[in-house]
Design a binder for this molecule. Structure first.
Ligand code: UFG
Length: 345
């Protein structure tokens, strides 16, 4: 059974391709390599023994997308990861975010309908909840006004999908709202590979520990939380990837309860920044150089998932601990830098 993974050479995409292949799916990747590299296709093949078919083009190009779907009209589903995802950059370049994230989604939906490809899994985010009034946050929580153009693209995308499904009853979609994916595949052959200076906490920690950054800035310790830092629901990327396989199977096997479903992907546990740092220091044996500085604009104080609906309906549960997440991220950082030195990757 053939599945298209857009953004399949990216961080979450590549881990999902591995899990799909290991569950017997045939995977086709489309990626424009704007935030990833072609050798990741080979790294995937090294893990699974199967090289996925890969096409490099931009899904925001309507004609190229239409042509791709005409050639692959036997697809059973699409998992759509390909999108820009840096919150700060989206504030600086809103139109770039709206154009890329929304136009590519519309092109994909149009081509799915034109070629009878019925099932879409969409990469959404807990950012749609903003700072929730109640914690843990369930799928029933209200959608708050987006705090960034990036967050707004996720909200608008979910609306575009629902309107399209309403007009075309042959289509189904599942939006997966991710909390904070971190960590890497156990093989250390794939992992998170930020371009330039990382925006996110864990790649910043591992790059600091390996000597690429002088120190980590901890953005604020005066929040109303146990350690004074913001609380997030960190989830291992492999647990997250496995949920996508479960979602695809649910659609293909006709087990959806409605044509559009939403699931939170989190562990249900929140951790502060200092807890993540402590975990990293414990598993790596490296003392991390960090400084507490002022708050980062736009950070919500605390958010963690109520994953009970996902656990119950998908029969899926995040299994890996925070220590497994930080240990795998560290193993990946070290392995990647060692390989990059050898091969000039
Ligand atoms: N942090 C630091 N120093 C850093 C980077 C991050 O202290 O150098 C802190 C942040 O202030 C925050 C926590 O680490 O408290 C996590 O920050 P990340 O940037 O790793 O993750 P966010 O929760 O800010 O962002 C994530 C996703 C976004 C999504 C958002 C929704 O990366 O795509 O969750 O809340 F929009």
């Amino acid at each position: 059974m053939k599945i298209l993974v857009t953004g399949g050479t990216g961080y979450i995409g590549s881990h999902t391709v591995v899990e799909l292949q290991q569950q017997g799916f045939e995977v086709v990747i489309v990626d424009n390599l704007s935030n990833s590299q072609a050798w990741i296709v080979d790294a995937i093949a090294q893990i699974t023994g199967i090289k996925p078919h890969f096409e490099q083009f931009d899904l925001a190009d309507r004609a190229l997308t239409a042509d791709f779907f005409r050639r692959h009209n036997d697809l059973k589903g699409v998992i759509h990861f390909a999108a820009y995802k840096a919150v700060g950059e989206s504030v600086e370049k809103p139109l770039m975010y709206y154009r890329n994230n929304l136009v590519s989604l519309m092109n994909i939906l149009e081509s799915m309908a034109a070629n009878g490809v019925p099932n879409l899994v969409f990469s959404s985010s807990c950012t749609v909840y903003g700072q929730p009034d109640e914690l843990p946050v369930s799928e029933k929580a209200p959608i708050k006004k987006a705090e960034s153009p990036y967050g707004n693209t996720k909200q608008i995308s979910e609306e575009i999908i629902q309107d399209t499904l309403h007009a075309d009853k042959r289509l189904n979609a599942i939006a997966l709202r991710y909390f904070n994916p971190i960590g890497a595949h156990d093989s250390a052959l794939i992992g998170e590979l930020p371009l330039g200076v990382p925006n996110n906490l864990v790649p910043y920690i591992t790059q600091t520990a390996i000597g690429l950054r002088p120190h980590l800035n901890v953005f604020g310790s005066d929040y109303n939380t146990p350690d004074g830092t913001p609380i997030r629901d960190y989830i291992h990327v492999v647990d997250l990837a496995q949920a996508h396989v479960v979602a695809v199977k649910r659609m293909i096997e006709g087990r959806m309860k409605a044509s559009f479903e939403v699931f939170n992907l989190g562990t249900g546990t929140g951790n502060g920044v200092l807890e993540v740092i402590n975990s990293f220091e414990r598993v790596s044996g490296v003392k991390l150089n960090y400084k507490i500085v002022g708050r980062r604009a736009g950070d919500v104080e605390k958010v963690w998932a109520d994953p009970s609906w996902s656990n119950q309906e998908l029969g899926w549960k995040a299994k890996r601990s925070l220590d497994e997440m930080t240990a795998s991220a560290w193993k990946w950082e070290q392995a990647y830098r060692a390989r990059a030195k050898e091969t000039n990757q």
